[in-house]
Write a protein that binds this ligand. Structure first.
Ligand SMILES: *[C@@H]1O[C@H](CO)[C@@H](O)[C@H](O)[C@H]1NC(C)=O
Ligand SMILES: *[C@@H]1O[C@H](CO)[C@@H](O)[C@H](O)[C@H]1NC(C)=O
Ligand SMILES: *[C@@H]1O[C@H](CO)[C@@H](O)[C@H](O)[C@H]1NC(C)=O
Length: 359
């Protein structure tokens, strides 16, 4: 891994944004890298590896209550011990090795969006949601937002960052020769049914008609903060001279299957005060403009809350001989098949059921 100063310098580039809405944004380092997904696979091994940010006490059994007992947050606001996660990116070398693409965390935005933003409610205790579809491998033109305004596929975007920062975003991985890295971005649903903290397929939430603007559907009338993740991968630090391709941990080399997850673990008093007071004035997103967040802001979060070892004992960092779970590369264009536990790959699921190798 690169020393911290370079990552911090490049982070500043990553933080540049053209959002003009009222929002706050938190820099987050990595809390854990593990084949864990407490929303989709509670108590089990996930089918693919994720990078987590937020509360230190994250594992396959995490919920609102357990996240509260985190000793720290890898996001700068220490009163936010939520869990945020996305799939890890690897480079599949032509010789068959997979190399972890350096990444130091993500930036999490809370945005006041839509025409009804002044009625935005905080995420309630127990709330969780997923944006994106791990099976997608092509641009889905037929699944549209409310009022048929936009393909929901537009929730995912990639920005190849060069010095001029003038390469247009795409909804898939197009260019990877990015001198300052490739940034994956995802917008979440900002409309809620007002009742359920979770439903299968995230049916309790819906996108705004324009995803990052517009109105909520009548089925989901309650505005929740518009979550937006930016995850910067230093693709420029990978030696691509012998050939290969970038591939996410779920086997996706296209980027269409990029996704993000959120499990609320906030101190509810702090989140409530911040949502009520800090989502309506455009202060450029700085935490210092929101006193409720500033109180627990730790600028040294990446050192005071370092990455924890994976709760599962399997190779996940650096160069590895297979994607965690031995997942195949699935280029599409059809939907990828669900991932099954592969023979000849270490069966962590059995170990988990026997209670070994996890804490
Ligand atoms: C605005 O939000 C309120 C409270 O959440 C909700 O009752 C109302 O239906 C929303 N209005 C529109 C136009 O979405
Ligand atoms: C952050 O770390 C630096 C270097 O160790 C230290 O000088 C500074 O006081 C720390 N800041 C806070 C707010 O803890
Ligand atoms: C991984 O292997 C590649 C060559 O296959 C090499 O260029 C790279 O430095 C290695 N990375 C690490 C983190 O060891």
């Amino acid at each position: 891994m690169k020393p911290l100063p370079l990552s911090l310098v490049l982070w500043l580039i990553a933080l540049q944004s053209n959002l003009s809405l009222a929002y706050w944004r938190m820099a987050c380092s990595v809390s854990q890298t593990a084949r864990v997904d407490p929303i989709l696979n509670p108590g089990e091994v996930s089918a693919h590896a994720h990078k987590f940010a937020g509360g230190s006490n994250v594992n396959q059994n995490s919920d609102f209550t357990s996240l509260q007992s985190s000793t720290c947050s890898s996001c700068e606001v220490q009163k936010d011990t939520s869990a945020y996660w996305t799939p890890q990116l690897y480079y599949a070398h032509a010789n068959g090795d997979f190399e972890e693409v350096p990444n130091y965390g993500m930036t999490v935005y809370y945005v006041g969006r839509g025409g009804n933003a002044s009625n935005t409610v905080p995420f309630p205790a127990g709330f969780k949601m997923i944006s994106g579809d791990t099976r997608q491998r092509s641009y889905d033109t037929s699944t549209l937002t409310y009022l048929e305004t936009r393909p929901v596929a537009d929730r995912v975007s990639f920005r190849c960052i060069n010095e001029a920062n003038d390469i247009p975003e795409t909804h898939y991985i197009s260019q990877t020769d990015c001198v300052n890295g490739l940034r994956a971005q995802i917008n979440f649903q900002s409309c809620w049914d007002g009742v359920n903290t979770y439903l299968d397929n995230s049916a309790h939430v819906a996108y705004l008609s324009g995803i990052d603007y517009g109105v909520c559907p009548p089925t989901h009338p309650v505005s929740i903060p518009g979550l937006f993740f930016e995850v910067l991968y230093f693709t420029n630090l990978i030696d691509q001279s012998s050939g290969g391709e970038f591939v996410f941990a779920n086997g996706d080399p296209t980027g269409y299957g990029f996704h993000g997850d959120f499990l609320n673990g906030w101190d509810m008093d702090v989140q409530t005060a911040a949502v009520e007071n800090c989502l309506y004035t455009d202060n450029g997103g700085v935490i210092s403009a929101c006193s409720y967040l500033t109180e627990s802001d730790d600028v040294n979060f990446s050192r005071t809350c370092p990455e924890q070892p994976s709760v599962l004992d399997e190779p996940i960092h650096g160069n590895i001989s297979a994607l965690p779970g031995c997942n195949p590369i699935t280029p599409g264009p059809g939907l990828a098949e669900p991932l099954y536990y592969v023979h000849n790959c270490r069966n962590l699921w059995d170990e988990l059921n026997r209670g070994n190798d996890i804490n």
